[in-house]
Design a protein around this ligand. Structure first.
Ligand SMILES: *[C@@H]1O[C@H](CO)[C@@H](O)[C@H](O)[C@H]1NC(C)=O
Ligand SMILES: *[C@@H]1O[C@H](CO)[C@@H](O)[C@H](O)[C@H]1NC(C)=O
Ligand SMILES: *[C@@H]1O[C@H](CO)[C@@H](O)[C@H](O)[C@H]1NC(C)=O
Ligand SMILES: *[C@@H]1O[C@H](CO)[C@@H](O)[C@H](O)[C@H]1NC(C)=O
Length: 245
């Protein structure tokens, strides 16, 4: 995997290539330690203990519905966190993804008060700020497949059209999730999925997804698969059936 970091004053966008879709699943796609605020292991600083409890809580509160937002502790030692599982994963896969993601990201971002990690099956985020209900477009990651689309001039607009249609469906659905297929011909289909974290309103989910879809040409132009993942919503599309119907 090659990775390049691009920073603008507003957003951090990380670009990388997904060489093989089979490589992922149990490993993070990407993780970001998103603040320089840190905590300590001193007795008078319970942030780390609260964070550990919060992550433990998320790992069992998330699977039944696929989403959980919570916080633990008091005032300045209070972490806020969320976990979101992909709309089609089982409770068991959801739970194991959140456990793995929460433990991995806390090790990777040791002592940072805020962090986010994206896996194939889940996303986990925490912060010392109450971010509930706010669109997070600060943390943005692009990923695309290595394979070129055979006919990019028709493929790209079709992919965006599918994603926009899915975004409308997700916004109206309780799970803020939608997956679907667009047939391009006899043997070629595009499989897509979109999802938002459920602390967002329907309108904010829609606007997060629309903004993410606008990044598709920049992210994944001409590629057979692509993803734009933010702290509040993401999309993915491929030419193979990666999502359970
Ligand atoms: C995360 O915390 C470490 C240790 O305090 C610090 O060196 C690093 O700069 C922090 N990361 C970010 C993104 O600020
Ligand atoms: C946390 O940051 C403070 C200053 O912002 C620094 O003095 C301290 O060493 C950092 N602690 C860790 C564990 O990195
Ligand atoms: C976090 O913010 C949300 C939305 O503003 C609010 O409803 C909630 O009560 C806040 N939670 C805490 C623990 O402050
Ligand atoms: C995809 O197209 C680019 C530019 O046309 C080319 O450099 C690259 O080698 C192609 N990749 C594959 C896997 O065919």
């Amino acid at each position: 995997m090659s990775s390049f970091k691009f920073t603008s004053s507003l957003i951090n966008i990380l670009f990388f290539v997904l060489l093989l879709h089979t490589v992922f699943g149990a490993n993070p796609i990407y993780q970001i330690c998103s603040t320089s605020d840190n905590f300590t292991t001193r007795n008078d600083d319970p942030y780390g203990t609260n964070l550990k409890k919060l992550m433990g809580y998320l790992s069992y509160s998330t699977p039944p519905s696929g989403f959980s937002f919570s916080s633990m502790g008091n005032n300045k030692y209070r972490p806020y966190g969320l976990a979101l599982c992909r709309g089609d994963v089982s409770d068991i896969d959801c739970g194991s993804c959140v456990i793995e993601a929460a433990s991995q990201v806390r090790q990777y971002c040791l002592y940072n008060k805020s962090a986010i990690t994206w896996y194939d099956n889940c996303l986990v985020k925490y912060s010392n700020k109450n971010f509930s209900g706010q669109i997070d477009f600060q943390n943005v990651v692009y990923a695309w497949s290595f394979q070129n689309a055979s006919d990019p001039t028709t493929f790209n607009p079709k992919a965006r059209k599918l994603l926009r249609a899915l975004a409308r469906r997700a916004t109206e659905s309780q799970k803020m999730y939608a997956a679907g297929i667009s047939k391009l011909g006899e043997s070629l289909s595009i499989y897509g999925l979109v999802q938002c974290t459920r602390d967002l309103s329907g309108n904010d989910c829609n606007s997060c997804l629309q903004d993410a879809i606008k990044l598709q040409p920049e992210c994944c132009d001409g590629k057979q698969g692509g993803r734009v993942m933010t702290g509040s919503c993401y999309f993915r599309y491929e030419t193979y059936p990666f999502v359970k119907a």
